[in-house]
Design a protein around this ligand. Structure first.
Ligand SMILES: NC(=O)c1ccc[n+]([C@@H]2O[C@H](COP(=O)([O-])OP(=O)(O)OC[C@H]3O[C@@H](n4cnc5c(N)ncnc54)[C@H](OP(=O)(O)O)[C@@H]3O)[C@@H](O)[C@H]2O)c1
Length: 287
Protein backbone atom coordinates (compact mmCIF):
# COMPACT_ATOMS: atom_id res chain seq x y z
CA UNK A 1 0.00 0.00 0.00
CA UNK A 2 1.55 3.27 -1.15
CA UNK A 3 -1.29 5.78 -1.20
CA UNK A 4 -4.45 6.15 0.90
CA UNK A 5 -7.35 8.57 0.98
CA UNK A 6 -8.65 8.95 4.54
CA UNK A 7 -12.07 10.55 5.00
CA UNK A 8 -12.81 12.01 8.44
CA UNK A 9 -9.06 12.38 8.98
CA UNK A 10 -9.56 15.30 11.37
CA UNK A 11 -11.66 13.08 13.64
CA UNK A 12 -10.65 10.93 16.58
CA UNK A 13 -10.03 7.72 14.64
CA UNK A 14 -9.06 9.28 11.31
CA UNK A 15 -6.26 11.35 12.84
CA UNK A 16 -4.61 8.33 14.47
CA UNK A 17 -4.88 6.34 11.22
CA UNK A 18 -3.35 9.26 9.29
CA UNK A 19 -0.45 9.57 11.75
CA UNK A 20 0.26 5.86 11.67
CA UNK A 21 0.15 5.70 7.86
CA UNK A 22 2.49 8.68 7.66
CA UNK A 23 4.92 6.88 9.99
CA UNK A 24 4.76 3.88 7.60
CA UNK A 25 5.58 6.21 4.68
CA UNK A 26 2.18 5.68 3.11
CA UNK A 27 1.12 8.80 1.23
CA UNK A 28 -2.10 10.13 2.77
CA UNK A 29 -4.70 12.37 1.17
CA UNK A 30 -6.92 13.79 3.88
CA UNK A 31 -9.65 16.16 2.69
CA UNK A 32 -11.45 17.95 5.53
CA UNK A 33 -15.24 18.13 5.79
CA UNK A 34 -14.97 21.65 4.33
CA UNK A 35 -12.86 20.41 1.40
CA UNK A 36 -15.22 17.53 0.66
CA UNK A 37 -18.67 16.77 2.00
CA UNK A 38 -19.02 13.02 1.51
CA UNK A 39 -22.66 13.43 0.47
CA UNK A 40 -21.37 15.20 -2.64
CA UNK A 41 -21.10 12.05 -4.73
CA UNK A 42 -19.75 13.80 -7.81
CA UNK A 43 -16.90 15.31 -5.76
CA UNK A 44 -16.14 11.86 -4.34
CA UNK A 45 -16.10 10.36 -7.82
CA UNK A 46 -13.76 13.07 -9.03
CA UNK A 47 -11.38 12.64 -6.08
CA UNK A 48 -11.15 8.85 -6.45
CA UNK A 49 -10.76 8.95 -10.24
CA UNK A 50 -8.11 11.64 -10.08
CA UNK A 51 -6.08 10.19 -7.20
CA UNK A 52 -6.54 6.41 -7.73
CA UNK A 53 -5.30 5.49 -4.24
CA UNK A 54 -4.57 1.88 -3.22
CA UNK A 55 -7.05 2.22 -0.38
CA UNK A 56 -9.98 4.44 0.63
CA UNK A 57 -10.64 4.59 4.37
CA UNK A 58 -13.93 6.09 5.49
CA UNK A 59 -14.10 7.16 9.14
CA UNK A 60 -16.55 9.99 8.43
CA UNK A 61 -19.98 9.49 9.97
CA UNK A 62 -23.02 11.24 11.36
CA UNK A 63 -22.97 9.71 14.82
CA UNK A 64 -24.56 12.14 17.24
CA UNK A 65 -27.30 9.72 18.25
CA UNK A 66 -29.98 12.32 19.13
CA UNK A 67 -29.29 14.42 16.02
CA UNK A 68 -29.60 11.33 13.82
CA UNK A 69 -33.08 10.80 15.29
CA UNK A 70 -34.04 14.38 14.33
CA UNK A 71 -32.42 14.27 10.87
CA UNK A 72 -32.88 10.73 9.53
CA UNK A 73 -32.36 11.78 5.90
CA UNK A 74 -28.98 13.34 6.67
CA UNK A 75 -28.04 10.26 8.72
CA UNK A 76 -28.98 8.02 5.80
CA UNK A 77 -27.04 10.14 3.30
CA UNK A 78 -23.83 10.19 5.37
CA UNK A 79 -23.96 6.74 6.97
CA UNK A 80 -25.35 4.70 4.09
CA UNK A 81 -25.84 6.30 0.66
CA UNK A 82 -22.38 7.85 0.46
CA UNK A 83 -20.46 4.81 1.80
CA UNK A 84 -22.38 2.60 -0.68
CA UNK A 85 -21.29 4.93 -3.49
CA UNK A 86 -17.69 4.79 -2.24
CA UNK A 87 -17.92 1.00 -2.30
CA UNK A 88 -19.22 1.04 -5.89
CA UNK A 89 -16.51 3.43 -7.06
CA UNK A 90 -13.80 1.41 -5.31
CA UNK A 91 -15.06 -1.78 -6.93
CA UNK A 92 -14.96 -0.10 -10.34
CA UNK A 93 -11.51 1.47 -9.86
CA UNK A 94 -10.01 -1.56 -8.02
CA UNK A 95 -9.37 0.39 -4.82
CA UNK A 96 -9.55 -1.41 -1.47
CA UNK A 97 -12.42 0.06 0.57
CA UNK A 98 -12.30 0.12 4.38
CA UNK A 99 -15.32 1.45 6.27
CA UNK A 100 -16.07 1.80 9.99
CA UNK A 101 -19.32 0.68 11.56
CA UNK A 102 -20.61 0.40 15.11
CA UNK A 103 -21.65 -1.83 18.00
CA UNK A 104 -24.96 0.13 17.90
CA UNK A 105 -26.18 -2.15 15.09
CA UNK A 106 -27.14 -4.54 17.93
CA UNK A 107 -30.08 -4.19 20.32
CA UNK A 108 -28.12 -5.18 23.43
CA UNK A 109 -30.51 -7.94 24.45
CA UNK A 110 -27.99 -10.78 24.12
CA UNK A 111 -25.95 -10.23 27.29
CA UNK A 112 -22.99 -12.24 25.98
CA UNK A 113 -20.51 -10.83 23.44
CA UNK A 114 -21.85 -10.38 19.91
CA UNK A 115 -19.95 -12.05 17.09
CA UNK A 116 -20.11 -11.27 13.38
CA UNK A 117 -22.82 -13.90 12.77
CA UNK A 118 -25.25 -12.39 15.29
CA UNK A 119 -28.16 -10.64 13.65
CA UNK A 120 -28.22 -6.86 14.09
CA UNK A 121 -31.39 -5.21 15.31
CA UNK A 122 -30.59 -1.52 15.76
CA UNK A 123 -32.70 0.49 18.21
CA UNK A 124 -32.18 3.99 16.83
CA UNK A 125 -31.72 5.91 13.57
CA UNK A 126 -27.93 6.05 13.99
CA UNK A 127 -27.70 2.24 14.33
CA UNK A 128 -30.25 1.67 11.55
CA UNK A 129 -28.44 3.89 9.05
CA UNK A 130 -25.05 2.34 9.89
CA UNK A 131 -26.54 -1.16 9.47
CA UNK A 132 -28.17 -0.12 6.20
CA UNK A 133 -24.75 1.20 5.15
CA UNK A 134 -23.06 -2.14 5.91
CA UNK A 135 -25.53 -4.03 3.71
CA UNK A 136 -25.41 -1.46 0.92
CA UNK A 137 -21.58 -1.51 0.88
CA UNK A 138 -21.36 -5.29 0.71
CA UNK A 139 -23.94 -5.49 -2.06
CA UNK A 140 -21.77 -3.09 -4.12
CA UNK A 141 -18.35 -4.50 -3.28
CA UNK A 142 -17.57 -7.97 -1.91
CA UNK A 143 -13.94 -7.04 -1.27
CA UNK A 144 -14.88 -4.16 1.06
CA UNK A 145 -13.79 -4.42 4.69
CA UNK A 146 -16.23 -3.17 7.34
CA UNK A 147 -14.76 -2.86 10.82
CA UNK A 148 -17.26 -2.63 13.68
CA UNK A 149 -15.73 -0.68 16.55
CA UNK A 150 -17.04 0.39 19.96
CA UNK A 151 -16.63 3.08 22.66
CA UNK A 152 -13.65 4.80 21.04
CA UNK A 153 -11.15 7.08 22.73
CA UNK A 154 -8.03 8.69 21.37
CA UNK A 155 -5.66 11.55 21.89
CA UNK A 156 -7.52 13.66 19.33
CA UNK A 157 -11.00 14.56 20.53
CA UNK A 158 -14.10 12.98 19.04
CA UNK A 159 -15.43 15.75 16.76
CA UNK A 160 -19.01 14.64 17.33
CA UNK A 161 -18.79 14.57 21.13
CA UNK A 162 -17.78 18.13 21.92
CA UNK A 163 -14.09 17.57 22.29
CA UNK A 164 -13.75 15.32 25.31
CA UNK A 165 -13.51 11.55 25.29
CA UNK A 166 -14.92 9.59 28.25
CA UNK A 167 -11.54 9.44 30.02
CA UNK A 168 -10.88 13.17 29.79
CA UNK A 169 -14.49 13.93 30.77
CA UNK A 170 -14.23 11.77 33.91
CA UNK A 171 -10.91 13.36 34.90
CA UNK A 172 -12.36 16.85 34.37
CA UNK A 173 -15.51 16.08 36.38
CA UNK A 174 -13.44 14.56 39.20
CA UNK A 175 -11.66 17.91 39.58
CA UNK A 176 -14.98 19.76 39.75
CA UNK A 177 -17.10 17.47 41.96
CA UNK A 178 -16.47 15.28 45.04
CA UNK A 179 -19.01 12.62 43.98
CA UNK A 180 -19.78 11.30 40.48
CA UNK A 181 -22.69 9.17 39.32
CA UNK A 182 -21.73 6.71 36.61
CA UNK A 183 -23.94 4.19 34.82
CA UNK A 184 -23.43 0.58 35.84
CA UNK A 185 -25.96 -1.20 33.59
CA UNK A 186 -24.41 -0.44 30.16
CA UNK A 187 -21.51 -2.60 29.03
CA UNK A 188 -18.92 -1.89 26.31
CA UNK A 189 -15.38 -2.75 25.21
CA UNK A 190 -13.61 0.63 25.41
CA UNK A 191 -11.17 0.75 22.49
CA UNK A 192 -8.20 3.03 21.83
CA UNK A 193 -8.13 4.48 18.32
CA UNK A 194 -4.32 4.10 18.28
CA UNK A 195 -4.74 0.32 18.68
CA UNK A 196 -7.09 0.25 15.68
CA UNK A 197 -4.66 2.35 13.62
CA UNK A 198 -1.74 0.05 14.52
CA UNK A 199 -3.43 -3.11 13.28
CA UNK A 200 -5.03 -1.58 10.17
CA UNK A 201 -2.11 -1.92 7.68
CA UNK A 202 -1.92 -5.62 8.51
CA UNK A 203 -5.67 -6.15 7.99
CA UNK A 204 -5.39 -4.43 4.60
CA UNK A 205 -2.30 -6.43 3.64
CA UNK A 206 -4.06 -9.68 4.53
CA UNK A 207 -6.93 -8.64 2.21
CA UNK A 208 -9.58 -9.10 4.88
CA UNK A 209 -13.11 -8.43 3.69
CA UNK A 210 -16.69 -8.50 4.96
CA UNK A 211 -17.73 -7.56 8.47
CA UNK A 212 -15.05 -7.84 11.14
CA UNK A 213 -15.35 -6.88 14.82
CA UNK A 214 -12.37 -4.89 16.06
CA UNK A 215 -12.45 -3.96 19.75
CA UNK A 216 -10.28 -4.28 22.82
CA UNK A 217 -10.45 -7.62 24.56
CA UNK A 218 -12.69 -7.82 27.65
CA UNK A 219 -15.55 -5.58 28.67
CA UNK A 220 -16.75 -3.35 31.48
CA UNK A 221 -19.62 -1.13 32.56
CA UNK A 222 -19.12 2.63 32.29
CA UNK A 223 -18.85 2.62 36.10
CA UNK A 224 -16.02 0.08 36.04
CA UNK A 225 -14.32 2.04 33.26
CA UNK A 226 -14.53 5.27 35.29
CA UNK A 227 -13.36 3.57 38.52
CA UNK A 228 -10.37 2.09 36.68
CA UNK A 229 -9.45 5.50 35.22
CA UNK A 230 -9.43 6.97 38.75
CA UNK A 231 -7.51 4.02 40.19
CA UNK A 232 -4.81 4.23 37.49
CA UNK A 233 -4.47 8.01 37.84
CA UNK A 234 -4.64 7.95 41.63
CA UNK A 235 -7.60 10.33 41.50
CA UNK A 236 -9.59 10.62 44.74
CA UNK A 237 -13.31 10.85 44.01
CA UNK A 238 -16.38 8.93 45.09
CA UNK A 239 -18.02 7.09 42.17
CA UNK A 240 -21.65 6.03 42.67
CA UNK A 241 -23.22 3.26 40.60
CA UNK A 242 -26.45 4.39 38.93
CA UNK A 243 -28.85 2.86 36.37
CA UNK A 244 -29.04 4.35 32.89
CA UNK A 245 -32.52 5.66 33.85
CA UNK A 246 -30.68 8.13 36.12
CA UNK A 247 -29.72 10.07 32.97
CA UNK A 248 -32.96 10.01 30.92
CA UNK A 249 -32.06 9.79 27.23
CA UNK A 250 -34.18 11.07 24.35
CA UNK A 251 -33.11 8.21 22.11
CA UNK A 252 -33.05 4.50 22.97
CA UNK A 253 -29.57 2.99 23.22
CA UNK A 254 -28.51 -0.65 23.54
CA UNK A 255 -27.35 -1.58 27.06
CA UNK A 256 -24.95 -4.35 26.16
CA UNK A 257 -22.77 -3.93 23.05
CA UNK A 258 -19.71 -5.98 23.83
CA UNK A 259 -18.24 -7.37 20.60
CA UNK A 260 -16.34 -10.65 20.29
CA UNK A 261 -13.52 -10.42 17.73
CA UNK A 262 -14.40 -13.85 16.40
CA UNK A 263 -13.46 -13.32 12.77
CA UNK A 264 -9.92 -12.14 13.62
CA UNK A 265 -9.43 -14.99 16.09
CA UNK A 266 -10.67 -17.61 13.59
CA UNK A 267 -8.09 -16.33 11.12
CA UNK A 268 -5.37 -16.61 13.78
CA UNK A 269 -4.76 -12.87 13.63
CA UNK A 270 -3.54 -10.74 16.52
CA UNK A 271 -6.30 -9.15 18.56
CA UNK A 272 -6.23 -5.78 20.26
CA UNK A 273 -4.96 -5.54 23.86
CA UNK A 274 -7.25 -5.96 26.86
CA UNK A 275 -9.14 -2.71 27.59
CA UNK A 276 -7.35 -2.18 30.94
CA UNK A 277 -3.87 -2.54 29.40
CA UNK A 278 -4.85 -0.20 26.57
CA UNK A 279 -6.21 2.34 29.07
CA UNK A 280 -2.99 2.20 31.10
CA UNK A 281 -0.95 2.79 27.93
CA UNK A 282 -3.18 5.71 26.89
CA UNK A 283 -2.81 7.35 30.33
CA UNK A 284 0.96 6.87 30.22
CA UNK A 285 1.13 8.58 26.80
CA UNK A 286 -0.97 11.51 28.06
CA UNK A 287 1.52 12.30 30.84
N1 LIG B 1 -16.71 7.47 18.75
C1 LIG B 1 -17.17 6.30 19.12
O1 LIG B 1 -17.24 5.98 20.32
C2 LIG B 1 -17.61 5.29 18.07
C3 LIG B 1 -18.19 4.07 18.50
C4 LIG B 1 -18.55 3.13 17.52
C5 LIG B 1 -18.35 3.41 16.17
N2 LIG B 1 -17.81 4.60 15.79
C6 LIG B 1 -17.58 4.86 14.35
O2 LIG B 1 -16.20 5.13 14.18
C7 LIG B 1 -16.02 6.07 13.12
C8 LIG B 1 -15.09 7.20 13.55
O3 LIG B 1 -15.61 7.87 14.69
P1 LIG B 1 -14.80 9.04 15.41
O4 LIG B 1 -14.98 8.85 16.87
O5 LIG B 1 -13.45 9.17 14.85
O6 LIG B 1 -15.69 10.31 14.96
P2 LIG B 1 -15.34 11.87 14.88
O7 LIG B 1 -14.20 12.22 15.75
O8 LIG B 1 -16.64 12.58 15.07
O9 LIG B 1 -14.85 12.04 13.36
C9 LIG B 1 -15.74 11.97 12.28
C10 LIG B 1 -15.19 12.82 11.17
O10 LIG B 1 -16.09 12.76 10.05
C11 LIG B 1 -16.24 14.07 9.51
N3 LIG B 1 -17.52 14.19 8.83
C12 LIG B 1 -18.76 14.10 9.36
N4 LIG B 1 -19.68 14.28 8.40
C13 LIG B 1 -19.01 14.48 7.24
C14 LIG B 1 -19.40 14.74 5.91
N5 LIG B 1 -20.70 14.82 5.55
N6 LIG B 1 -18.44 14.89 4.97
C15 LIG B 1 -17.13 14.83 5.30
N7 LIG B 1 -16.69 14.59 6.54
C16 LIG B 1 -17.63 14.43 7.51
C17 LIG B 1 -16.15 14.99 10.72
O11 LIG B 1 -15.81 16.28 10.32
P3 LIG B 1 -16.45 17.55 11.10
O12 LIG B 1 -16.28 17.31 12.56
O13 LIG B 1 -15.67 18.71 10.58
O14 LIG B 1 -17.90 17.58 10.71
C18 LIG B 1 -15.02 14.30 11.52
O15 LIG B 1 -13.76 14.75 11.08
C19 LIG B 1 -17.42 6.47 12.66
O16 LIG B 1 -17.77 5.69 11.54
C20 LIG B 1 -18.32 6.09 13.83
O17 LIG B 1 -19.63 5.76 13.38
C21 LIG B 1 -17.42 5.55 16.72
Amino acid sequence: MKKAIILGAQGQLGSDITNLFNQHNIQTITPTHTDLDITNLMALKHLLSAQRPDVLINTAAYHQVDLCEENPKTAMAINSTSPAFMARMCNYLKIKFVHFSTDYVFDGEKETPYNELDKPNPLNVYGKTKYHGENAILSENHAALILRVSALYGKHPCRAKNGLNFIELMLKLAKERPVLNVVDDEFVSPTATSNIANILPDLIKQELNGIVHLTSEGACSWHEFASTIFELTNTKVEVNKVDSSFFPAKTPRPKYTVLENTSLKNRGMASLPNWKDALQEYLKQQN
